[in-house]
Design a protein around this ligand. Sequence first.
Ligand code: FAD
Length: 476
Amino acid sequence: MTYDVAVIGAGISGAAVARELSRYRLKVLLLEKEAEPAFGVSKSNSGIIHAGTQNPPSSLKGRLCVEGNRLMREELASDLGLNFVQCGQLIVIFDPADLPELEKIKADGERLGVKEMRLVDRAWLDANEPNLGPEVKAALLVPSAGIISPYRFVYALVENAVRNGVHLRTSCPVTAVGRGADGLFALTAGGQRFAARFVVNAAGLRADEVSALAGAPTFTITPRKGEEYLLDRKREHIARHIVFPLPTKTSKGILIIKTSDGNPMIGPTAHDADDKEDLSTSDEGLAEVLAGARRMMPTVSRRDIIAYFAGLRPASGKDFIVRHEDSVPGLVNVAGIQSPGLTAAPAIAVMVAGILADRGLELKPKEDFHRLRPRPVHLFQVPLERTRALIEQDPAYGDIVCRCELVSAQEVRDAIKRGARTLDGIKFRTRAQAGRCHGGFCTTRIMKIMQEELGLAVTEVTKRGPGSELVKEERK
Ligand SMILES: Cc1cc2nc3c(=O)[nH]c(=O)nc-3n(C[C@H](O)[C@H](O)[C@H](O)COP(=O)(O)OP(=O)(O)OC[C@H]3O[C@@H](n4cnc5c(N)ncnc54)[C@H](O)[C@@H]3O)c2cc1C
């Protein structure tokens, strides 16, 4: 099939672009090299829907962040059934002499369109964020910031895009981007050939390589590592807001992060790295994160940490690259999408649609665009009364598979129906295996359900795609 647009990369950027284009009468292809969407940078971040502060007022990322935040609050959270929680953020200072810094952040934010910010004093903080340490003197309150499950955000966009006709191909790494005799792009991906009028490159850490493949070696991506440490759910109420210190030159600093699933997180670090595959964490990273978090909230303890991970921000200079490459007509690069890319993605997608329209792509709205996506059931989020009603309707909701995170067999089956094909895909969609026991109790049960639903042999069940099988051979 010949596509109007081929989107490369099913992280938050590619997913948002595909969903935005699915509003129009277009043939859209979404190509992903991994076994499932959201296995790149979009799975390893803080899950904050930033307000837009801490960005230069003239930056593209600042503008797109504020617009992405607005789209989340006003449309996407309800349209896509997302668990967005608008908890607000505090940027704290330890020295009253830093008040002008907070005032500057507030003024810059206002220039970008961030609303309702105000400076709050220690008395306000004592009443509204009681676990802050004695060193904290004042803060800037930014109410429009919030939290979300980053992978479930990607899955919702992809699911809705597919519902609206987008073709998703996973395990399909793009290895060549040429031109056919007809002038169309000729893509080779996963051993198949695809033709497309336009290509949107949203390949995250590999966006520089994909752009070069297409004939535009115009930028490089430098990974900037961020280590994050997840705390036990028993610390769920440690903070009411997302708590930031003053930003540094390269990052927003070490934060206390509420997450939409309950467990708080501390982090991330921000250090340039050489290796696009190196997701290791380090003793130095842990020490840096603990020191930063404990200065703001001294009750954070190393013993609270139940898991950790690192993510690599795909940085290229200081700002996002969202542009048509004139040297390769029809190629639009969405690259250098470092933080706040998770927030900005829906606004990036609108911008990309505009660039494509300027280049001659006709955007005729579909009459039958399905804007809404029903919210999946997550027992850990529903009140007991609703759980009872669900179990009466379908007893599989009472069959608890993951005890740490309260996930039922029905939720695992539903995740598979919605596209999960790996153990990690099920974990990201449902939280089964994400608790304190790290899947010690539930993994074999989930593997059994995957075998039943997908008709797989046990040796074909993988953690995150080919090469990550858990069982080598089955003894009869
Ligand atoms: C530690 C950390 C914390 C962060 N916190 C936040 C936050 O709180 N809020 C926020 O707004 N942002 C945050 N960010 C930034 C955010 O995570 C990124 O901006 C965003 O995830 C980038 O998404 P993407 O789709 O551009 O890239 P990715 O998610 O990496 O998607 C790119 C996709 O392209 C695929 N791909 C690559 N090469 C090919 C190929 N050749 N063929 C096919 N597919 C290919 C990859 O497999 C991948 O799935 C954070 C980042 C980090 C690292």
